[in-house]
Design a protein around this ligand. Structure first.
Ligand code: FE2
Ligand code: FE2
Length: 183
């Protein structure tokens, strides 16, 4: 298998695991009465699915990501777990994957894969910051203060206010954002 396809599959497995975890974490947050943190986990699930689609386009072959076991806890534990995962993807996983796939220069899909990884790397940091804000509220015994969440459908960037400017991650027009539904 080419280096490129190998790393795209690794990234797809990681993003798929994130969607599974965040769907479960949303259910737990709901059961604990954190409606806005439930909403945040739903939005994060949608954003990770955008990374999956982008990576799949770069892979250009049928691939079903492998499921992995994961654990869950209380909402405060789940938010911390998600923060660690997002930061690890931003600081370690994607930077190392980008370094590796740069070696596969002859592959015509190399640039597409690199862009997909770079967008995901940068977006994971926006996810980390959103979760960090949620943690601040939980630690004060409150739910996250947010009424709306918007996601860039090109890269998965997440913002709490109606977009007025181009996406800082992928450079697309604000029209590419959509408001995430609560249910
Ligand atoms: Fe993320
Ligand atoms: Fe974007």
């Amino acid at each position: 298998m080419s280096i490129l396809k190998d790393y795209l599959k690794k990234a797809l497995n990681g993003e798929f695991l994130a969607t599974q975890k965040y769907s479960k974490f949303a259910e737990i947050a709901k059961s604990e009465g954190f409606d806005n943190i439930t909403y945040l986990f739903k939005a994060l699930t949608a954003a990770e699915k955008i990374h999956i689609n982008n990576h799949k386009n770069a892979l250009d072959e049928d691939y079903t990501p492998e499921s992995e076991e994961f654990t869950s806890g209380t909402t405060v534990e789940n938010v911390k777990d998600a923060m660690d995962a997002e930061l690890w993807e931003n600081k370690k996983m994607y930077p190392s994957f980008i370094k590796e796939i740069k070696k596969d220069k002859k592959n015509p899909m190399q640039k597409v894969a690199q862009l997909s990884f770079e967008w995901a790397r940068d977006v994971e940091y926006t996810h980390y910051k959103a979760l960090k804000l949620a943690l601040k509220f939980i630690e004060q015994g409150k739910d996250l203060d947010c009424s709306e969440i918007y996601i860039c459908k090109v890269c998965g960037n997440l913002i709490f206010t109606e977009p007025t400017k181009i996406c800082p991650i992928c450079g697309h027009d604000p029209a590419f954002y959509y408001k995430v539904k609560r249910d």
